[in-house]
Design a binder for this molecule. Structure first.
Ligand code: IPD
Length: 293
């Protein structure tokens, strides 16, 4: 048995809070972006960056969520987490697609999810509500379990996202991404070598949260990536699931950092079997941090 699902009125409330705080952080990252944006520090590798706005947006999210729901836990991409006593943890990515944000490419998102279970333990947690906001075009994707997936755009009525049918694999447009470690990127390139000839094409948009929401909206047919963290996928996972899609790991269990596969139900088995055989062909991934000279 998985962790207990909050009642519907609470899930609705969590979704509303996720939307409100994600919208506020989205305004912050656009309106207060300095003219000369600085990389504040790096994390796993020299290209895994944190800008001053990542930290400011996370601080804002943490403050707002802490005021609205002081008993909940908090896990963010940047520094500063907290365990709570309510059974709910907020899992947030203040800017998913930080490299796009740094370069001024309009494909990044604020991602806010309420999850049950321990997001630090792979396979033991699941989102119950979430919101993903694209600050550059005003799109807001949001969902709670059993409440449907919704897309709001400026000056338009909210649209329910529902996946019906799916193209055959050979006609599918797939999103994917690459990690920050050179060893991982080499492995991902080997997997791609086997995958690309079997699909219509690949897109590397640069924000996993937007990639997953694109699957929910049908602007990508499917998505796969190794190396995602809970904050990259948590909010968009519930959006895809509520749109009628499947989000899993490589062998059908919950998604985790070894693989996230997302697709409409009709396409998911074919995608899973393609990525599994490509991963076998690519061989074991060497230990990270040991790129060849
Ligand atoms: C990254 C983006 C990117 C994906 C990477 C993620 P970040 O998140 O989602 O699309 O390929 O795996 O780490 O670092 O920009 O929050």
């Amino acid at each position: 048995m998985g962790p207990a699902l909050p009642e519907v009125h609470e899930r609705r409330e969590l979704e509303r809070i996720a939307v409100d705080v994600a919208r506020e952080a989205a305004r912050l990252v656009v309106e207060e972006r300095p003219e000369h944006l600085r990389v504040a520090r790096t994390k796993s590798t020299a290209t895994d960056i944190v800008t001053e706005m990542d930290q400011r947006a996370q601080d804002l999210l943490r403050d707002r969520l802490g005021r609205a729901r002081p008993q909940d836990g908090f896990l963010g991409e940047e520094e500063g987490g907290a365990t709570g006593g309510s059974g709910i943890t907020w899992v947030v990515d203040p800017i998913d697609g930080t490299v796009n944000y740094l370069y001024g490419i309009a494909a990044y998102a604020v991602s806010v999810a309420a999850v049950v279970g321990d997001p630090a333990v792979p396979g033991s947690w699941a989102p119950v509500a979430g919101a993903v906001v694209n600050p550059t075009n005003g799109e807001v994707f949001h969902a709670h379990v059993a409440g449907g997936a919704w897309l709001e755009m400026p000056d338009a009525a909210p649209r329910r996202l529902e996946l019906h049918g799916a193209p055959p694999l050979a006609q599918a447009l797939a999103g994917t991404g690459f990690g920050y470690d050179a060893v991982r990127r080499e492995w991902q390139a080997r997997v791609l070598l086997h995958v690309v000839p079997q699909l219509r094409d690949i897109r590397r948009i640069g924000s996993a949260a937007l990639d997953l929401c694109a699957v929910a909206a049908g602007t990508l047919d499917c998505y796969f990536e190794r190396g995602l963290n809970p904050w990259d996928m948590a909010a968009a996972w519930v959006v895809v699931a509520e749109a009628g899609g499947l989000v899993t790991g490589l062998t059908g269990g919950p998604p985790d950092s070894s693989m996230v596969l997302a697709a409409p139900r009709g396409l998911h088995p074919e995608l899973a079997s393609l990525v599994r055989s490509a991963a076998e062909e690519a061989g074991d991934e060497p230990p990270l941090g040991q790129a060849a000279e």
